[in-house]
Design a protein around this ligand. Structure first.
Ligand code: ATP
Length: 439
């Protein structure tokens, strides 16, 4: 069979809009730059991703979860280095006024927008944090920031979690939440946006054990992406090598091969005692860990961080799932080949015709299955068209109630990938689906 995989973002953007995955934010007002809304199918997919990450990371003895507030004490961002250093080098084109990140373009080349020569200003630092004010008086003392990463809510809760949960090193704290960055050049659909969600874990360890921790989490995180259904040949490691941030002693990214090329999806960074050390200094609080296993030695733990963008991973899942079978022929079919646990709709239930005797059966199957699974009920159009609609949103199984059902109390179950059809007794349908999914 001839299969075409995704080779441009536009095909995906239009499928996402057409089928209710992702819409432009504030679309009826013309949209808002690089902000996107997840529609009915998108939010299901996103929840599936978050649920899978949460279980993989926190359903283990050594990792606990938190959900910290987005607004934090402004001193947090001073201590973390974000107020002084969280910036990208910005250049303007003097001709067309377009703005670029100096590290993402060739400054000796013509402007990518208007092609003018020698038109760039000198690079200047542009802080990526969004500022707002807190309380009724708007003065400089009321400035707070929308967090540019979730990690700081973990560091500031290190003592709370360690003491309340009686944790011994090594242990981790995980969090999923929104982050905001006033990116200079956002774009490529949901790849780089100004509001996004991160799934981060900080793993607190004894200094000197960072290599071991890095090895362990590199393996776990790589495997997670595979378990999510991403093809291994579309994943690769990028070693930051000598280009490390000043506080890090090792850093690896997991990159995915998007239609725009290879780019970062997740970072796994060994951050030494930089973060807790800075917070101890700025807050005046003692953030030492007393190591009972090592003669009550006191030290600031080192940190191994895993940080993946939920939206960026979701984009990888969408890109990876998209395929067109037999393109430009009569048999053409667009399929989102999600793994069942990622599929927004798990089962579609379809009475062959809009007839009460068929619908009674179909509705009772729907009511039974939707206690566990997100289902869709579809009575409109020919069965062939309905199957194609479900293929395009990645529904693993379609159940059809037809006139034979009235005789044999059985239904036809159709598999998305093989298109094979099987007759299954209504009384066995729940178990059948459970066996197929394993959940
Ligand atoms: P970049 O160099 O691309 O700006 P970064 O190295 O600053 O990214 P991190 O601070 O390490 O990114 O963030 C961790 C993860 O959060 C990234 O791997 C990515 O998946 C996600 N992420 C970061 N910025 C954005 C953004 N603007 N939009 C969507 N996801 C993002």
């Amino acid at each position: 069979m001839d299969i075409k995989k995704l080779d441009n973002m536009q095909d995906l953007v239009s499928l996402c809009k057409r089928r209710g995955f992702i819409f432009q934010s504030s679309e009826i007002y013309g949209g808002l730059g690089s902000c996107w809304d997840y529609g009915p199918l998108g939010v299901e997919l996103k929840n599936n991703i978050k649920d899978s990450w949460w279980k993989a990371m926190t359903y283990r003895e050594e990792v606990e979860g938190v959900d910290a507030s987005i607004l934090m004490h402004p001193q947090v961002w001073k201590a973390s280095g974000h107020v002084d250093g969280f910036s990208d080098p910005l250049v303007d084109c003097k001709e067309c006024k377009s703005r670029f990140r100096a590290d993402k373009i060739d400054l000796d080349a013509p402007c990518p927008s208007c092609k003018a020569e020698d038109s760039f200003t000198e690079p200047r630092d542009f802080n990526l944090m969004f500022e707002t004010t807190m309380g009724p008086v708007k003065d400089s003392g009321s400035t707070v920031y929308l967090r540019p990463e979730t990690a700081q809510g973990i560091f500031t809760n290190f003592l709370n979690v360690q003491s309340t949960m009686r944790k011994k090193l090594p242990f981790g704290i995980a969090q999923i939440g929104k982050a905001f960055r006033n990116e200079i050049t956002p774009g490529n659909f949901i790849f780089r946006t100004r509001e996004f969600e991160q799934m981060e874990m900080q793993y607190f360890i004894k200094p000197g054990t960072q290599d071991e921790a890095m090895k362990k989490w590199k393996e776990i995180r790589w495997q997670w992406h595979l378990d999510q259904g991403l093809d291994e040949d579309k994943l690769r490691w990028h070693d930051h090598g000598s280009e490390l941030a000043h506080y890090a002693d090792a850093a690896f990214d997991i990159e995915y091969h998007f239609p725009i090329g290879w780019d970062e999806m997740e970072g796994i960074h060994s951050r030494t005692d930089f973060d807790l050390g800075r917070h101890a200094e700025h807050s005046g609080k003692n953030l030492n860990y007393v190591d009972q296993a090592d003669g009550n030695k006191k030290y600031i733990p080192y940190v191994l961080e895993t940080s993946v963008g939920c939206d960026r991973h979701l984009l990888a899942i969408l890109c990876n799932a998209y395929r067109v079978e037999n393109p430009e022929t009569k048999e053409e079919r667009v399929v989102m080949g999600f793994k069942p646990k990622m599929a927004p709709i798990k089962v579609a239930i379809m009475p062959l015709m809009k007839k009460p005797e068929l619908e009674t059966h179909a509705r009772s199957i729907l009511e039974d299955l939707q206690k566990n699974y997100k289902c869709e009920y579809d009575v409109a159009g020919s069965i062939g068209k309905r199957y194609r609609r479900q293929d395009e949103i990645g529904t693993p199984y379609c159940i059809t109630v037809d006139y034979d059902t009235l005789e044999d109390n059985a239904v036809t179950v159709r598999d998305r990938d093989s298109m094979a059809q099987e007759r299954v007794k209504i009384s066995e349908i729940r178990q059948y689906i459970l066996n197929k999914f394993g959940f």
